[in-house]
Design a protein around this ligand. Structure first.
Ligand SMILES: O=C(O)CCC(=O)C(=O)O
Ligand SMILES: [Fe+2]
Length: 273
């Protein structure tokens, strides 16, 4: 996880648009965005509900595809508040610039060629999905989760949160949950499984979860940045061969099939056999 300060991104516009959507009464929220019945959880609804027995997360959320243009489904985008889409699309382009920069700096930090990770990305074909997570105040925060434990399937994830902090937790090597210290105006970057694969495990995708707060609402905007679906990724040779070559689209399909899981089961798909 990396904190980014002084990023120059107008987070207040995005926060305003998100607040505007979640303040709408339930029926209006439902009417202004579709619930798409898709295995990759797009639209208004929940993540990975696989059975009636499952305890549901304490969350209200929307997920939209933002890139590439041909993958964008307008039905998953809220029409209200009217500035929602513009604010989010602008954020997406600023985020892309930031994450492209970070992919290059991470490669350099590992002593690799600058393009070792970014070479899998493509200005017109990379995939960007945005998930807006809204956690209402919860009278019994110790009995539920906002988002169940997971690693992100992405290359990189950029997270922006509301004014209220203290809801994101990460599992340490000692297998304890700790709350991520996250200053109000910083953005947080999380490495996803795809970057763990490309780096042969030198960069690990953290196991994390969100918990609701007792007295106050919290929301986050998670932007998942992936190479194009048909890209084939594999570990940079100098770093090892802990993982095998995979097609991004196949990896993501398998991730959706095995989630939610107890641990990082999804990445086993890319284990060298
Ligand atoms: O709400 C948060 O801070 C975490 C959200 C998250 O992990 C996700 O959307 O994948
Ligand atoms: Fe996550």
């Amino acid at each position: 996880m990396v904190l980014v300060k002084d990023h120059g991104i107008e987070v207040e516009r995005v926060r305003g648009a998100v607040r505007g959507f979640f303040e709408l009464p339930f029926e209006r929220k439902r009417a202004t965005v579709g619930t798409l019945v898709s295995s990759d959880n797009m639209g208004y609804g929940r993540n990975f509900v696989k059975s009636g027995e499952q305890q549901l997360d304490w969350i209200d959320r929307i997920t939209m595809k933002a890139a590439p243009p041909e993958a964008v489904d307008d039905r998953a985008w809220p029409k209200s508040p009217p500035n929602f889409r513009e604010a989010m699309e602008r954020y997406v382009e600023q985020a892309r610039t930031l994450l492209d920069e970070l992919l290059q700096r991470l490669a350099e930090a590992l002593g690799l060629e600058t393009d070792a990770f970014i070479r899998y990305y493509h200005p017109q074909k990379s995939e960007i999905n945005v998930r807006v997570n809204y956690y209402p105040p919860c009278p019994a925060p110790e009995s539920v989760l906002g988002i169940s434990p997971h690693s992100d399937s992405s290359g990189l994830t950029l997270l922006l949160e509301s004014e209220a902090s203290g809801g994101l937790q990460v599992m340490t090597r000692a297998r304890e949950w700790v709350t991520v210290p996250w200053p109000r105006d910083a953005l947080l970057v999380i490495a996803g499984d795809l970057l763990e694969i490309m780096s042969s495990g030198r960069i690990l995708s953290p196991w994390h979860r969100a918990v609701p707060l007792r007295d106050t609402e919290r929301f986050s905007v998670a932007l998942f940045y992936n190479p194009p679906g048909d890209a084939e990724i594999e570990p940079v040779q100098e770093l090892g061969d802990k993982y095998t070559k995979i097609v991004v689209r196949d990896y993501l399909r398998n991730y959706c099939e095995v989630s939610p899981a107890e641990d990082k089961q999804a990445i086993m798909y890319a284990k060298a056999r």
